[in-house]
Design a protein around this ligand. Sequence first.
Ligand code: SF4
Length: 437
Amino acid sequence: MKKIFLETYGCQMNEYDSELVRSILKKENYEFVTDEFKADIVMLNTCAIREHAHRKVYGRVHNIRHARGKDSPVMIGILGCMATNLRQELFEDKSLKIDFIAGPDSYKRLPHLIHEASDEGQKSYDVTLSEFETYSDVYPSRTEGGVNAWIAVMRGCNNFCTFCVVPYTRGRERSRSPENVVDEVRRLAAEGFKQVTLLGQNVNSYHYDNYDFAYLMDEVSKVEGIERIRFTSPHPKDYPDHFLDLMAANPKICKHIHLPLQAGNNRILDMMNRGYTHEEFLSLVDKIRTKIPDVALSTDIIVGFPTETNDEFEDTIRVVTKAQFDIAFTFKYSERQGTVASKKYPDEISEAIKTERIMHLHATQKEITYQKNLAHIGKTLTVLLEPYPEAKNKDQMPGRTDGNALVILPLGPYKGGDMVKVRIIAATPHALKGLPV
Ligand code: SF4
């Protein structure tokens, strides 16, 4: 049996894809090992979202080649978005000695690609983007004993935000049938998972025949044993009233919405091809809060998009201050080869200015998050406990509120997967502290 060491970079979609890859290759009698030095094949499931991600993978491949020695027969395969973004270019750098490449839609061909590369010693690759592949017939090989399971319900993205490589590395949107998704959820409930997170690059644009995302969420919520349902990553353009009404009424659907803003200035939003203005974004925030009063909101923001002036950046600060997000994931603009922005807008904002802006944004958001966390003190919240091994500090137990806030409580007669009522006694900008009631 050939031994494989698989390492995953990037987003949850890649984590899910690695579970698919494990399932596909285990069926072909490959064994997955956790010690890379015992592996005959090392596969890196890569991310292309920022230049840093690329550099990390190049460095990793060099390390593996160096550590295993120049005569080592170990094979290296590149999977994921870097495979479809750079394609055969990855073979050109002879020092990397990449043996095979497979894009996110080609994982069913991995046994063939590995065979071609190992037995015939040729550089094998498949980076075809499929309009149909959803791996609906592959049940992911997940780690045992988890509490939350990720489920990719759709793949690809049609939005073409000008800074993003995803439409080029993962192709056009296609969704799995609701029955196929609900079948997977039933199996997960039978395996003891308490929460499922529905995944997609633009998950709330899910549609299959006449079924939309609201229908899918409602069907998933009918599965016995599943206590909580989350979803990521959505786009602000796909929040119809009937979906928000379902979220407000259905106790299993967590009252947490990720709402990527990306920038606060309309000229920049237009250059990003986000399809909304900051006024429209803020009125969506108001509508969501009216329909789901206790909802928690998180967001993604890019600073330093080409030609963004200081005043235009201040618009981002103004929107963040008005929107009062519970948490924000912030990034410096990173030019991505092949995107519309890389062709049209030179990346001339200096690293120093990008750093200055992201520090300013961090400080603004940190204070908002802290105030939001302080407001939970004295409340009793229901917390879904995470698997204990993940606890950094061994005499504490981590869990998540419905709003996805991290809660730390003392060890006690409960375990990962338990839903515990917790009275919040303290807060920091990063987490809540609580005692079971
Ligand atoms: S919606 Fe998200 S995944 Fe799609 S192009 Fe925009 S940023 Fe990329």
